[in-house]
Design a protein around this ligand. Sequence first.
Ligand code: NDP
Length: 477
Amino acid sequence: MDSTGGWWHLHGGGWARGNGWRRISRMVSNTPNTWEVDWFSLSAVILLLCTAPFLVFFFVMVCDQYQCSVSQPLVELYSGEVTLRSIWEKAPSFTWTAAQIYTIWVSFQVVLYMCVPDITHKFLPGYAGGVQDGARTPAGLINKYEINGLQSWLITHALWYANAQYFHWFSPTIIFDNWIPLLWCTNILGYAVSTFAFVKAYLFPTNAEDCKFTGNVFYNYMMGIEFNPRIGKWFDFKLFFNGRPGIVAWTLINLSYAAKQQELYGYVTNSMILVNVLQAIYVLDFFWNEAWYLKTIDICHDHFGWYLGWGDCVWLPFLYTLQGLYLVYNPVQLSTAHAAAVLLLGLVGYYVFRSTNHQKDLFRSTEGKCSIWGKKPTFIECAYRSGDGGLHHSKLMTSGFWGVARHLNYTGDLMGSLAYCAACGFGHIHPYFYIVYMTILLVHRCVRDEHRCSSKYGKDWKRYTDAVPYRLLPGIF
Ligand code: NDP
C-alpha cells in the first residue's frame, strides 16, 4: 500500500513502470503527471520502435519469397546470394487498390461502431451489449462505451458470406492477394493514429487529469500519454482500434487464406480448418465478452500510444494470422491423431482460459457470494488506498482456478496459442513465432501485473502469494 501517492498513480499504466520509472512530480488538479525514464526502458522502447515494423515485414516476406522458411533468407544474406536491397525490391509495394480496400474496410468498421447501436443484446440471452460502464480511471472517471462488437462482427461476416455465395463483388482471396500492399496501408494508419493521439494529448486531451507524461518523447509516443483518448462522446480509440479493424479482420483474413488454398490446390486442408475454427472461437469469445474486456489491463491500465495504435493496426492482423498464411504456402494435411490432439489442446486451453476469467468475473461481481466448483469460494480480504487517500477493500480469490495458480487464464491462452501453431505440423519454425511471442507477452504481463498488485495490496498480496505460490504452472513457475 502506498500512502504517499496512491497505487494507480505509481503503478496504473506504463509498461513495467515500477521497475523503470520514478515519479518526479505529484499529480495535482489539471497538472499532468510527470515521470522520468531510465536508460534501460528508453533503449527497449527505441529498439521496439525501430525493429517491430521490420519484424512484421520479415515474417510476411519470407512466405512470399521463401515458402515461409525463416532461415533461408538469412543463409542467402550471409553467403551474399541476396542483399537486403534485392529482397526489398522483390517485395510488392504500396498499391492504390490496397489503399482503396483498406479505406473502405476501416470506414465500414467506423460506421458499424459509431452509427449502428447494438440490438443483439435484446435477443441474445446472457450477452452484455449496448451502453456499458468502463472501469474507474485514475482521475476517477467512469467512461461509457457502446458495446456493439459482436454485432459488427456478425454483420461483417454475413456480408462476406453473401458476397462469396451470391454477389461476387470481390474474390474471397482479396485479402491474401493484396497482403503486402495492405501491410503498407496498415502501417500508414498505425503511425497516423499513434501520431495523432500523441499530438492530441498535448493540444486537446480528452481528460487532462488522466494524461501521463514521462519527460521522454520516445516513451510518450510509444506507451501513450492519454488514458482514454476520444473524439466526441463515443469514438473511443482504445475500444475501436483494439477490437475493430484488427480483430474483426482476424477471422476474415483466415477465411481468405482458406479460399486461397482452395483456389491453388482445389481443397482446404484439415490444418487450415483447425486454425480457422480455433481462432474463430477465440475471436467470438472476445466479442461475446467485450463488456468484460473493459475491465482488463488493456483498457484499465494501458495508455494509448504507438504500442496499442500501431500494434492493433499492424502487429495483430499480420502476426496473429501467421498460421493461416503459412498453410497457404505449405498445405499441411494432418493425420487424424495429430488433428485430434491439436483440437483437444485448443479446446482444453480455451476452456481453462474462459473458465478462469469467468470465475474471477463471477467472484468479483457477486463479492464472493457465489459457487465455484460447487463450493463457496475462499479468499483473502485486502485493503488499499487510492490516490485521493481513501481506504478501499477488495478480495483475492484462493479457490477454483485461482487457487491452482495465480494466472491460469494466461496458461489457457498459451495452450490455445500452442494448438494454433501445432496445427501447422513441424516442418518450419515460422508458424511457431506466435507461441514464442505470446509466452513473452503473457509472462511479461504477469510480472508487471503482479508488481502492480504487490504495490496496491502490500502485505495482503504477500498473504495471497503464500497461499497460491505459482504463477502459470503449478510446481514449476
Ligand atoms: P487478468 O484478467 O488476470 O486480471 C488481473 C487482475 O485481476 C489483477 O490486476 C487484479 O486486479 C485481479 N486479480 C488478480 N488475482 C486475483 C484473484 N485471485 N482474485 C480476484 N481478482 C484477482 O489479466 P488481463 O487483463 O491481463 O487478462 C485478461 C485475459 O486477456 C487473459 O485471459 C489473457 O490471457 C487475455 N489476453 C490476451 C492477449 C492477446 O493478445 N491474445 C493480450 C492480453 C491479455 P485488481 O487490481 O482488481 O485486484
